[in-house]
Design a protein around this ligand. Structure first.
Ligand code: ADP
Length: 334
């Protein structure tokens, strides 16, 4: 995986545990989501009931899992974690649902990747706290309704648009997670540095934050790489010079673009002369799945003002040519 790919590998998952804020008050940024969530949770606490089901929508590494854990912690409720790809049959879901404790928070990551038959079981469970267990096969099969404990579903998805409407409608609240402002990322980087016991100079923290693609997971990862660099190549001091040298080594550019971002831009500019080009064509030309380009690279490139989406496809902005140092073809740009 690239240094700034927002997905986490296994080793990183462990490290991330240590850096995760535990309570809403420690969660930096996403002010609106934090305020909305705090209302939902306080309302539920006051009524002494489980809150509505919550959907978290946003790109990888923005804090969806962290917030799900916070929801459980704030409610003082147990937390069960599973994911869409782990639910291949409705029976897999029935097994989880029927063993939930009252008030438990069920975190379902990548909910858009759950098997279709399980989706329907989930609708009923969310609404009526019931699962219909099928007994027997063929014409003699019967559904036996089974009551389950009231629970709170926290679903997470990188692609809210892929959720079927009946599923989306059963969430009482959707938290839209967006890229973080540099100032918030700076707070996150400093907090992580404190937790890791490293002394990071202020301008180095700002540099790491600025180049983190608006994503806390990447900020934490870059911080660890800067720390490695300081320990191995430097005298342990984490200053701006060391931060820049480490980031250059890991091919994170001035604006935080990584290898994939740059490959996508490069293809768009050189091969497709700035577009418009369809997303899947663009993905094929950089050897990636369209979903990776759409979920991982494109949102940030759009946010950074380097790519624009048009009805005819993706086009490069004048800033993209400039940033990549590529001469635009003569004539009007699209
Ligand atoms: P997602 O589930 O959206 O992929 P995670 O919740 O796993 O993202 O977050 C990735 C990492 O970023 C975690 O280690 C977490 O500590 C950190 N993180 C995410 N959001 C915040 C935040 N608002 N404040 C501090 N750290 C955060």
């Amino acid at each position: 995986r690239g240094i700034v790919s927002p997905g986490a590998d296994l080793e990183e998952r462990d490290l991330e545990g240590a850096l995760r804020p535990r309570l809403l008050a420690d969660f930096v940024g996403q002010d609106r989501v934090r305020e909305q969530l705090s209302l939902v949770l306080n309302g539920a606490r006051n009524r002494g009931r489980a809150p509505d089901h919550i959907l978290m929508s946003g790109g990888p590494g923005l804090g969806k899992t962290t917030l799900a854990m916070i929801v459980a912690a704030e409610l003082g409720a147990p937390l069960r974690i599973t994911s869409g790809p782990a639910i291949e049959r409705s029976g897999d879901l029935a097994a989880v649902l029927s063993t939930l404790q009252e008030g438990e928070v069920l975190f379902l990551d990548e909910i858009h990747r759950m098997a279709r038959p399980a989706e329907e079981m989930l609708y009923v469970a969310m609404e009526d706290f019931r699962v219909d267990v099928m007994v027997g096969k063929g014409p003699g099969a019967t559904a036996i309704p089974l009551d389950i404990a009231p629970f709170t579903l926290v679903g997470a998805t990188t692609r809210a648009g892929l959720l079927p409407a009946p599923l989306r409608d059963r969430f009482g609240f959707t938290a839209h997670m967006d890229f973080y402002a540099a100032a918030d990322l700076e707070l996150i980087v400093r907090r992580s540095a404190r937790l890791l016991g490293v002394e990071l100079e202020d301008d180095a923290a700002a540099e790491v934050a600025r180049r983190s693609r608006g994503t806390p997971r990447i900020a934490n990862r870059l911080l660890r790489r800067v720390r490695d660099y300081a320990e191995v190549r430097g005298d342990g001091r984490l200053d701006l010079r060391v931060a820049r040298a480490a980031l250059a080594l890991y091919e994170v550019d001035e604006r935080g673009l990584d290898r994939l971002d740059r490959a996508v831009l490069d293809a768009l500019l050189r091969r497709f002369r700035g577009g418009p080009v369809g997303l899947s064509t663009l993905a094929v030309s950089v050897g990636e799945e369209p979903e990776t380009v759409e979920v991982v690279a494109e949102p940030f490139l759009v946010r950074a003002g380097l790519i624009a989406r048009t009805p005819r496809g993706r086009v490069a902005t004048p800033e993209a040519w400039e940033h990549m140092g590529v001469e635009p073809p003569p004539g009007p740009t699209p």
